[in-house]
Design a protein around this ligand. Structure first.
Ligand SMILES: Nc1ncnc2c1ncn2[C@@H]1O[C@H](COP(=O)(O)OP(=O)(O)O)[C@@H](O)[C@H]1O
Ligand SMILES: [Mg+2]
Length: 260
């Protein structure tokens, strides 16, 4: 279980500090998939970086399965958190093969065990046979799978995914969103992903958090976010985006678009 207890985070500016997270709290049960949904610049990446241990907190605490990771004087190193992160741009090592990228977090394992784990991960993400290729030889969707396999390989207690579909073609996104959900459920991983795209959040998540001004405006099931939006602003946001998605689909099918 992941527990964020009133975490605050800010960045220094020339004159002051920019407050990004403002006493943000949430609890994510083990085995669940949650998605933080919010506009660009609202602090989604900062929240993931704080959980992964790349950003110190100004206040509050982060616990994973009861272990204190950040806050109350603690700051566990990223590599000792048992938290895996998939970065928005994937951050694959360009000079390493697919297999070496996936095995990167397994360097401490004995070679045969490491190879076995890399093979299993590549099979899981349907990349068997691509071991020797370089990242630049792969499609965007394949690179995304390598990044996912690399984050999953050390069997983290928590997987963080930063806009996992943003570098993909629009028509691949939804399919891959459902695939990602199946894969996370099959491996039983607890996962927190962030996106500014509502359709992705609804496709993947058991819980959706609406991030506004560094706090959660609502934390609920997709059903309740849709049917019982907590504020007029959330209602407008959810229903406007759904309408735009319908229109985009109608125009893709060549149907006349719905008049505004
Ligand atoms: N390292 C940094 N130093 C200063 N400001 C930053 C830094 N990283 C992000 N910010 C600022 O913090 C705010 C939140 O950024 P971010 O967490 O990247 O948002 P999101 O991922 O939701 O787009 C933005 O205003 C951004 O410009
Ligand atoms: Mg971001």
């Amino acid at each position: 279980m992941l527990e964020l207890n009133r975490i605050s985070l800010s960045y220094p500016t020339a004159t002051d500090r920019l407050a990004v997270l403002n006493e943000l709290s949430l609890t994510l049960e083990t085995g669940q998939i949650a998605c933080l949904l919010g506009a660009s610049g609202c602090g989604k990446t900062s929240a993931l970086r704080a959980i992964a241990g790349f950003e110190p907190l100004d206040g509050g605490s982060i616990r994973l399965d009861g272990r204190l990771l950040s806050g109350e004087g603690a700051c566990v190193e990223p590599e000792h958190r048992r938290v895996g992160m998939m970065f928005q741009d994937y951050a694959l090592f360009p000079h390493l093969s697919v297999a070496a990228n996936v095995g990167f977090g397994l360097r401490r394992l004995e070679a045969t065990e490491r190879d076995r784990r890399v093979r299993a991960m590549l099979e899981l993400v349907s990349l068997t046979g691509q071991e020797a290729r370089a990242p630049h030889e792969l499609s965007g969707g394949q690179q995304q799978r390598v990044a996912l396999a690399r984050a999953l390989a050390p069997e983290p207690d928590l997987l963080l995914l930063d806009e996992p579909f943003s570098n993909l073609d629009v028509d691949a996104r939804e399919r891959l969103a459902y695939e990602l959900r199946d894969l996370l459920k099959a491996t039983g991983r607890t996962a927190l992903l962030v996106t500014h795209n509502q359709a992705e959040a609804f496709a993947v998540a058991d819980r959706i958090g609406i991030l506004e001004a560094g706090q959660l405006a609502q934390w609920d099931t997709p059903y309740d976010i849709h049917h019982h939006p907590a504020t007029p602003k959330i209602a407008t946001f959810i229903h406007r985006e759904a309408l735009m998605a319908q229109r985009a689909q109608a125009s893709l099918r060549g149907a006349p678009s719905i008049a505004a």
